[in-house]
Design a protein around this ligand. Structure first.
Ligand code: GLN
Length: 391
């Protein structure tokens, strides 16, 4: 008998994003599962990356990132939120995923508790557990996924060290309101908590629903690690470039986590993102409005097919409810059947839950696709539902 591997990893399944992408490929389905755009990033950003590959700077970048990108991230913090971040306290990471991992590693000792919200993105929990820290999960409820302050207070103990906040939220598309962000700040200050803020969809909210970083609230600057994503902001998810903005004390430790995880990130791509972050407002507003229109397009289409549709104010995602369709199957089965028969792949939302009795009728639809692709997906769903005697 070979000796056992790490217990947690050996017993974990393959991520649902990979599972559903593979099933989509097998059935030639439109993949509205894993969240990535089907177009390319802005041509000027791609051009800068291509030119940067040819100018002889292809060795290790500095550990913390190339200076021009660290400066561009600091400038973007000021431009969009009035945040005063020193470029020396910006860390460039291997996507937000590595950034969040580095933040958790930097803050948590075994036995420390970290509060997070459910439904939750699938890496948070295993990373916390691999560190030996203890996740404390607070559930948010459909359809609005509002913050339950009493439940949050109840989850905090003297061992709580950090809170992990994702807004705009994957998979729900919920965006924390100013009141919710203020309440979170009060709680962090009152209990002396650090905040790790996964804000990868910061630029992808409805025009009337601004994203408010927790870091902007009184007392939060020095206790927050704010994580952003070039992949989401510039539609280049495969580049895996993220950034952590923080203050001197936290930066020192996060940098050490990063040097143990990956050390440094492709220099050419970093330089292209530095260019991208300096694009004019029209780019960012255009992205924001294009994604909002796609969320609305899918929402309207799903409703016409007979799905329930939950409000989404940001992110790549819209959640549809299969309950009104009366299919007599749970979300996991429905996601598989829809991929095989309707040839539209989604993500079953129960996979974003750890606790007992998750909602079992919700599917997440990724909308960052060309309009004709979204329309074809809706047409397929419509035909499938109609063939079953539905809408
Ligand atoms: N963020 C993407 C999503 O939620 C997935 C990223 C991944 O596959 N790890 O779909």
């Amino acid at each position: 008998m070979p000796r056992p591997h790490n217990t947690l990893l050996a017993s974990a399944g393959t991520t649902i994003f990979t599972v559903m992408s593979a099933l989509a490929a097998e059935h030639d389905a439109i993949n509205l599962g894993q969240g990535f755009p089907d177009g390319d990033g802005p041509p000027d950003v791609i051009d800068v990356a291509a030119a940067a590959l040819r100018d002889g700077r292809n060795q290790y970048a500095p550990r913390d990132g190339v200076p021009e990108l660290r400066r561009a991230v600091a400038d973007a913090n000021r431009r969009w939120y009035g945040l005063d971040i020193d470029p020396a306290h910006v860390l460039i990471t291997g996507g937000a995923t590595e950034g969040i991992t580095a933040c958790l590693m930097a803050l948590l000792d075994p036995g420390d508790e970290c509060v997070l919200f459910e439904p939750l993105f699938d890496i948070y929990l295993p990373i916390i557990q691999l560190i030996g820290a203890v996740p404390k999960i607070v559930r948010l409820h459909p359809p609005d996924w509002r913050l339950d302050i009493a439940a949050l207070e109840a989850a905090i103990t003297p061992r709580t060290k950090a809170i992990l906040v994702n807004s705009p939220m994957n998979p729900t598309g919920a965006v924390l309101t100013r009141e919710e962000v203020a309440a979170l700040a009060r709680i962090c200050v009152a209990h002396d908590l650090y905040a790790i803020c996964d804000e990868v969809y910061e630029h992808l909210t409805d025009a009337e629903t601004p994203h408010i970083p927790l870091m902007t609230m009184p007392g939060m600057h020095e206790r927050t690690l704010r994580v952003g994503s070039a992949g989401k902001t510039f539609s280049v998810t495969g580049w895996k470039i993220g950034y952590v903005s923080t203050t001197a004390a936290l930066f020192t430790t996060v940098g050490k986590a990063h040097q143990n995880l990956i050390f440094s990130i492709a220099p050419n791509l970093q330089r292209a993102i530095a260019h991208g972050l300096q694009k004019d407002d029209a780019y960012f507003v255009g992205m924001r409005d294009a994604l909002a229109a796609k969320r609305a397009r899918i929402a309207t289409g799903l409703a016409a097919c007979g799905f329930g549709v939950l409000p989404s104010r940001g992110s790549y995602f819209v959640v549809g409810d299969i309950a009104p369709l009366g299919l007599g199957m749970d979300d996991v089965t429905a996601a598989r059947v829809l991929t095989q028969e309707a040839r539209v792949a989604t993500i079953p939302c129960s996979s974003f839950y750890q606790g007992a009795d998750p909602p079992r009728t919700l599917l997440r639809f990724a909308v960052a696709k060309r309009d004709e692709v979204l329309d074809e997906a809706i047409a397929r769903l419509h035909a499938w539902v109609a063939a079953r005697g539905g809408a």
